[in-house]
Design a protein around this ligand. Structure first.
Ligand SMILES: N[C@@H](CCC(=O)N[C@@H](CS)C(=O)NCC(=O)O)C(=O)O
Length: 239
């Protein structure tokens, strides 16, 4: 089984950590987003959506991180706590997985682009009002994660870590890669991050987040990439 991943990408990190944590055998197919490899002919045969993560299992190709996580959980019969049979716990996870796409995923990602990639790699100035508005959106998503999804529970679905926490933590970490400490002044979020990190294992967590947390130092290297190929798309998406 092959997993096409770029650990700069949040959904790739959740798939990667899930596969590793559950000892699922796979071949790591590195796909460099900043080099535009998603637009190549070879990757087009794996996914016409041209986004990572993507999976190939024999003749079967699958896109979309949530679909991939569920495929892995079902195929490899991972421990129940990741996606419990219990109706209400599963519903709680589904609720988070349904919510996150247009909320924390969009908002955390936007901050990463506006604070780091657009100014430092594309060399385009980001107006302060754009940044302020993006920060406001991010703060409202983080508030919902704390007050609606975590509340006073150790994890989103209750007592155990689950797919919801895995999908959440990678998104919460994305703005951190741009130098924004989202945990400052948020003790509930910090304590949850510590529990998730412990459940995943610090070594695996750090391995998955090494690239994103080193992003600020690596921007020089990125600016020599082919990112200019999709500059118009990026500006349309984030500016
Ligand atoms: N809904 C998709 C989103 C995947 C996605 O947006 N991947 C980004 C990286 S985080 C990507 O591959 N972008 C490449 C592009 O848009 O050119 C999932 O959950 O897998």
């Amino acid at each position: 089984m092959e997993l096409y991943l770029d650990l700069f990408s949040q959904p790739c990190r959740s798939v990667y950590m899930f596969a590793k944590k559950n000892n699922i055998p796979f071949e790591f197919k590195q796909l460099s987003l900043l080099d535009g490899e998603q637009y190549g002919e070879e990757f087009g045969k794996i996914s016409l959506i041209r986004k990572v993560p993507a999976l190939r299992d024999g003749d079967f190709c699958l896109a979309e991180s949530i679909a991939i996580l569920l495929y892995l959980a079902e195929k490899f019969k991972t421990p129940d706590f990741w996606y419990p049979d219990d109706l209400q716990q599963r519903a709680r996870i589904n609720e988070y997985l349904s919510w996150q796409h247009m909320a924390i995923r969009m908002h955390g990602s936007k901050i990463f682009w506006l604070r780091l990639l657009i100014p430092k790699v594309l060399g385009v100035d980001v107006p302060q009002d754009k940044l302020d508005a993006a920060l406001e959106d991010l703060n409202s998503s983080l508030k919902l994660i704390e007050e609606k999804f975590i509340q006073d529970r150790p994890f989103i679905a209750g007592e155990h870590v689950s797919l919801a926490d895995l999908v959440a933590i990678v998104e919460v970490m994305q703005p951190v890669g741009s130098g924004l400490d989202v945990f400052e002044g948020r003790p509930r979020l910090s304590a949850w991050r510590d529990r998730v990190q412990e459940a995943i294992g610090k070594e695996l967590f750090d391995d998955a987040h090494q690239a994103i947390l080193g992003a600020q130092e690596n921007v020089k290297q990125m600016s020599t990439s082919k990112i200019h190929l999709f500059k118009p798309k990026i500006q349309k998406l984030f500016m």
